[in-house]
Ligand binder design. Structure first.
Ligand code: AMP
Ligand code: ZN
Length: 111
């Protein structure tokens, strides 16, 4: 089982900020901004590269939920949503996740 599947299963602790039947959001263990949350599907999808017509409903649900999570976190000044896909992007956990970063003026570099 991958690290994030273990978090979903409760085998590794996490600081949850949102959970429902299909997705989970928790605080990043090494925050890169004052607010740094990871949103994941409970099902194992390896990365953005693994999104298909069959599993994309959960991705839509993640994006439908992100505004509520941002509001709950008080990110009224805006925020960034990032997903690293594969080696060149520096993906370290191979379970699809979307970073929500905010709480300060973020750096503008995209690459
Ligand atoms: P990425 O580099 O895009 O694959 O992002 C993986 C993220 O998972 C990193 O920002 C890590 O800090 C974070 N991370 C790794 N282990 C944990 C954990 N046990 N709990 C919360 N976040 C974690
Ligand atoms: Zn997994």
């Amino acid at each position: 089982m991958c690290l994030f599947c273990k978090i979903v299963a409760g085998e590794i602790p996490s600081t949850k900020v949102y959970e429902d039947e299909t997705i989970l959001a928790f605080r990043d263990i090494a925050p890169m901004a004052p607010t740094h949350i990871l949103v994941i599907p409970k099902t194992h999808i390896p990365s953005v590269d693994g999104i298909t017509a069959e599993n994309s409903a959960v991705v839509a649900h993640i994006f439908e939920t992100i505004p509520a999570i941002a509001a709950q976190e008080g990110l009224t000044g805006g925020y960034r949503v990032v997903s690293n896909c594969g080696d060149d992007a520096g993906q370290t956990v191979h379970h699809l996740h979307f970073h929500i970063l905010g709480g300060k003026k973020l750096n503008v570099e995209m690459a």
